[in-house]
Design a protein around this ligand. Structure first.
Ligand SMILES: [Mn+2]
Length: 323
């Protein structure tokens, strides 16, 4: 059937003889679950749409290989992750060369997952940042009368002109505004800093009332406090919130595997703390993690490990929200 492009992921690393208490023993394949999962994971392995060369399409597979090294238990919060049900729906099959067709498939997959599992939290593993625009369009198509708010953790505004760059990783937010999918005032960007957004792009964001917080302001208020405050505001003004985590929000010294990471960015412990708060918010319907490129990462795969840890923090927050 052409309306579902999801394919079984490579689970060969996950085969173990007996349950060991690690993440791969906890996450189930979607066709194995008996009741509706609380969270559904799916991969969007696309980076042909990246403005600079990117191997982010490789991340969903590396993500699933590395999670084998993480216990399904959060030591700091004393939380057993296995009390939360997570199903892996696999990766969306990408077209070999046709980026527009691949984008269409991501939109359809997000739509279909939301239609089938309206109560589950969705989590997309990218891919470059162009995939976010597709997932949000899919969500909107599934719930056309619902207003969507976006919380974006990013070094960039991602409002470059689609007329010039096309549906690339520098344009997703502007695509959504111009497409009438999300209103500028329902978008919050946290993590901006330094010299990575031109004055013209900042002016575009102001004109469309995108709410922005620099790293400096974020640190002054506190990452968690700011995120909690903005999620509360977004949830009072919109029906559901989509969170997009561009891993380039991280400081370059933490993230060799994110080609667009920059000096002066977020520290890992700040990102982890923020994701706990995001996980705790009942307003969050969908989250994604994008722009992590395993082909640029160090030999010890440090950035990809940060990516898995970041996702687990969100999961921990989800369980804390359940109470
Ligand atoms: Mn971005």
């Amino acid at each position: 059937m052409a309306d579902n492009w999801l394919r079984e992921p490579n689970w060969s690393w996950n085969d173990s003889l007996e349950p060991s208490g690690y993440v791969h023993d906890w996450v189930q394949r979607i066709n194995e679950v008996e009741s509706v999962p609380e969270c559904i994971l799916y991969g969007a392995p696309l980076s042909k749409s990246s403005i600079s060369v990117s191997g982010a399409s490789l991340y969903p597979e590396v993500f699933r290989r590395l999670w084998k090294q993480f216990a399904a238990y959060n030591f700091e919060e004393e939380i057993d992750l296995t009390s939360y049900s997570v199903a892996d729906a696999g990766d969306i099959l990408m077209h070999t060369t046709d980026v527009a067709e691949s984008h269409r498939r991501i939109e359809i997959a997000a739509y279909a997952l939301n239609q089938t599992f309206p109560k589950s939290t969705l989590c997309m593993i990218g891919g470059d940042h162009s995939t976010t625009a597709c997932a949000i369009r899919g969500l909107k198509r599934s719930q056309p009368n619902q207003t969507i708010g976006i919380l974006q953790l990013d070094t960039h505004l991602d409002v470059r002109d689609p007329a010039e760059y096309g549906p690339a990783n520098g344009t997703p937010i502007r695509q959504l505004i111009e497409g009438g999918v999300v209103r500028g005032e329902h978008i919050v960007n946290i993590g901006l800093h330094g010299y990575y957004n031109t004055k013209q792009l900042v002016e575009y964001a102001k004109r469309h009332q995108i709410k922005t917080y620099s790293m400096k302001e974020t640190r002054k208020i506190g990452v968690s406090r700011l995120i909690e405050q903005e999620l509360k505001r977004l949830s009072s003004e919109t029906d559901l919130v989509y969170v997009t985590v561009d891993m380039d929000v991280l400081d370059i010294s933490f993230a060799p595997g994110v080609p667009a990471a920059t000096p002066g960015g977020m520290r890992t412990e700040e990102l982890f703390e923020g994701l706990l708060s995001i996980g705790k918010s009942p307003a969050v319907k969908h989250i994604d993690f994008v722009c992590l490129d395993p082909s640029r990462d160090s030999r010890i795969e440090e950035t990809c490990r940060i990516g898995v840890h970041a996702w687990l923090q969100f999961m921990t927050g989800r369980i804390m929200n359940k109470g």
